[in-house]
Design a protein around this ligand. Structure first.
Ligand code: SF4
Length: 749
């Protein structure tokens, strides 16, 4: 076959990536019930645009038309303002700006940061040129002819000159030389993308060696039109076709004709194939009509031909110039092959592999993902879930891991979390091997235990390893910070089994050792009352428990621990003794309380009368509690006005009695009391108020007597004696005993 197809024909990397991402986004938009739009036609190819429309992806000319929808920015890129508007209008934005275009944006943005001018060589109406102008902070001069260079103002002399990425390299070389002749101070940077340069050069070579040249692509594609112009310069029989239907009918496809075919960057493979298939059919038809025609082979451009053509093409791109030596340095850029800057960009593009860690610069931050320039032909994307540094900003250098060089849609997938996880895993492994504890947080109660997170790494804590005691509700550990000891680690499966119980045991042992080293006999320390026993109370001294024996709880006798202390309360205790061997600590509580016998003489002066309760009955008398820890004794001879055989006949425990203090001996801890004297004293005073006045005397007197004994038990003895004594006392004072007393006396007897 006489047809030679250029190697660099059809979709370039940037366009391929944009188309792939757009098709994927359409599916995404559908499942999210969103409309899907592109800001402008995705590529300048009517066939592709109509296919995208069939998929529900329509082009809009302003971001407002895509309000609430999924909006795609095409490979041409947009200005920062347009991007901000798009972000504000669309529900979701997918930026398909080609990495080469993004490099151009960065180049002009950085150069013009202080307001320096930029000369942009390209088509002023092209979306890429419009978008790039928006990245310039100073004045922008867009031009595409030598006349426009001549018309530039003097201030353009300090400019950076760059090119539209798809500008013909040959023309750029010519214009940049003209520019440097006029303004030697201009910095020239060829920003023509390597794909364009290769495509143009190859097309020029193929056209020069062909009788007929077919350029396949959209008529509204600047890239295709430039390709057509280049080919036409080298082959006058050059035709631009959008589809097979546009092929000129007069073309003879036979062995006598050398036919070259190339395609613009926005021409899909299927469109190119359709044209080639059609030409093959034409060839067969010609053969049928002219059987004598020789069968021809499809051949790539012969190497010799390339070798001969290449210098010529290079020469055409970089014509010689005569320049002053001082201008020579500045013009070096322009003398290099036109695509040198982007070649360097492409050459410097990092080779990457899955799992590799690289450092990149953040170039875009959206709600869902962060775009990072990693020096590769495509920027990498980090999903928010894979981002560790939530406050990352555009311009930040961050370390990322290549998760996938290509996710199938041309995207490089990155992760920051993987790096952190890897570092965490290494640290976890180190701590496991060293037997160190790790910090964790309980995440979820699952069957048989707890799932915990160790800095993002999942660990399983079996229920039996949660505590030293049986754990009924595992859920109590969810959300709780804890230390764990890793007891099993599977590096291959990234599986971690950990124990909290071991940590608790180790910490308890350490606390215990510290407590034993710290505690001193005789010192007063704080402790928490933990539990009661029949023989005393246990107190936690911070790692070790001590016992307050029941006899050391209170100065008062017969008290129970719960009468004195409360579980959980913090108290001061005195360390009475320490026995490290038996691990026993004896504590005293009452020792820190005031002694009840202190100042007892002042509190209970001899001769004073008090009312207290009987607490114990003994054969020789009754004990009365003066206050906790201080008992007084009423001797049997003092329990009543008359002699009694048994104390129980007149008194009972719990009974309130009024007693007179006969003697106080703090040393011997004795207080002698007397009911009898208290009664006598009271009765002696009573007659002054009862000189036989009224019939209530007997009743009142009985009440009086009852006030000493409460009148319930043994009352008859006390009452009888009291009446007798009262009568005697009244008679002694010469008073008459009232009839009421006599009658009561009689009644009692
Ligand atoms: Fe394609 Fe080059 Fe344009 Fe990128 S800059 S879209 S690779 S032609």
């Amino acid at each position: 076959m006489p047809i030679t197809v250029a190697k660099h024909a059809g979709f370039c990397m940037g366009v391929q990536q944009a188309v792939d991402r757009t098709l994927a986004a359409a599916g995404e938009a559908k499942s999210a019930s969103l409309s899907c739009f592109t800001l402008g036609e995705l590529i300048h190819n009517p066939a592709v645009v109509s296919r995208l429309e069939e998929q529900g992806i329509k082009a809009v000319s302003t971001p407002e038309e895509a309000r609430g929808a999924l909006l795609i920015l095409r490979s041409h890129g947009v200005s920062p303002d347009a991007e901000a508007q798009a972000r504000a209008s669309a529900a979701r934005l997918i930026d398909c700006t080609c990495p080469f275009v993004r490099h151009l944006h960065r180049a002009v943005s950085e150069y013009s940061r202080d307001g320096a001018p930029v000369i942009l060589i390209g088509d002023a109406k092209h979306p890429e040129v419009i978008g790039t102008s928006g990245w310039c902070h100073g004045q922008v001069f867009v031009l595409s002819s030598e006349e426009e260079i001549d018309a530039l103002p003097q201030e353009a002399g300090q400019a950076l000159a760059v090119a539209q990425t798809t500008f013909p390299p040959e023309a750029f070389g010519r214009l940049s030389r003209r520019l440097l002749q006029r303004f030697p101070g201009v910095q020239v940077k060829s920003t023509i993308c390597s794909a364009t340069a290769q495509r143009q050069q190859e097309a020029a070579e193929l056209a020069a060696s062909s009788d007929i040249m077919i350029v396949v692509g959209g008529r509204n594609s600047a890239n295709t039109l430039k390709l057509y112009e280049t080919c036409r310069r080298h082959c006058e029989n050059t035709y631009l076709v959008e589809s097979a239907a546009d092929l000129p009918p007069h073309i003879k496809v036979n062995s006598q004709q050398r036919i070259g075919v190339t395609a613009g960057a926005s021409t899909p493979d299927w469109s190119l194939k359709e044209v080639i298939d059609s030409m093959t059919d034409m060839e067969r038809m010609d053969q049928a009509l002219e059987p004598q025609n020789e069968q021809v082979q499809e051949t790539p451009l012969a190497p010799e031909a390339q070798a001969q053509e290449a210098p010529a093409a290079a020469e055409a791109q970089v014509p010689e110039t005569t320049q002053a030596p001082e201008a020579q340095a500045q013009t070096e850029e322009a003398h290099r092959p036109a695509s040198s800057f982007m070649d360097e960009v492409a050459a410097n593009m990092t080779r990457i592999r899955n799992g590799q860690t690289v450092t990149g610069k953040v170039v875009q931050v959206t709600d869902d993902e962060v775009c990072v320039n990693i020096g590769y032909k495509s920027d990498g994307l980090i999903k928010r879930s894979d981002l560790v540094d939530e406050n990352v900003q555009v311009g930040d250098d961050i370390e990322v891991e290549i998760v996938k060089v290509n996710d199938g849609e041309g995207n490089v997938i990155l992760s920051q979390r993987n790096i952190v996880n890897r570092k965490v895993w290494a640290e976890i492994t180190r701590k496991f091997e060293a037997g160190e504890f790790v910090d964790a947080v309980g995440k979820e109660a699952v069957k048989g235990g707890l799932l915990a997170s160790i800095e993002g790494v999942r660990a399983f804590v079996p229920a039996s390893q949660l505590s030293q005691r049986y754990v009924e509700k595992i859920g109590q550990f969810v959300g709780q910070n804890m230390k764990l000891k890793i007891i099993e680690l599977d590096d291959a499966k990234k599986r971690v089994v950990a124990s909290r119980k071991e940590v608790v045991a180790a910490e308890a042992a350490q606390k215990k050792a510290e407590a034993w080293a710290r505690l001193q006999q005789g010192e007063v320390v704080k402790g928490i009352v933990r539990r009661f026993a029949a023989f005393g109370a246990f107190v936690d001294l911070g790692g070790v428990d001590g016992l307050i024996h029941i006899t050391d709880l209170s100065w008062n006798r017969n008290v129970q621990p719960q009468d004195v202390l409360k579980i959980g309360s913090e108290i001061d205790v005195k360390i009475l003794s320490l026995d490290p061997e038996r691990e026993r600590i004896q504590l005293g509580y009452k020792q820190l309380q005031p002694r009840p016998w202190d100042n007892v003489e002042e509190k209970y002066p001899v001769g004073s009368v008090v009312t207290r309760k009987v607490v114990r009955i003994r054969p020789f008398g009754a004990f009365v509690e003066m206050e906790p820890g201080v008992d007084g004794l009423i001797h049997i001879s003092q329990v009543a006005l008359t002699r009694v055989n048994k104390v129980e006949d007149v008194l009972t425990p719990g009974q309130e009695v009024t007693v007179k203090i006969l003697a106080v001996d703090p040393e011997a801890k004795r207080i002698s009391l007397s009911i009898r004297e208290a009664m006598e004293e009271n009765l002696m005073e009573a007659p002054a108020e009862i000189p036989g006045e009224g019939d209530d005397f007997a009743v009142n007197f009985e009440d009086e007597i009852n006030s000493y004994t409460d009148g319930s038990i043994g009352a008859e003895t006390g009452v009888a004696a009291a009446f007798k004594k009262a009568a005697e006392a009244a008679a002694a004072r010469g008073d008459e005993v009232s009839e009421a007393i006599q009658s009561a006396h009689t009644e009692e007897n």
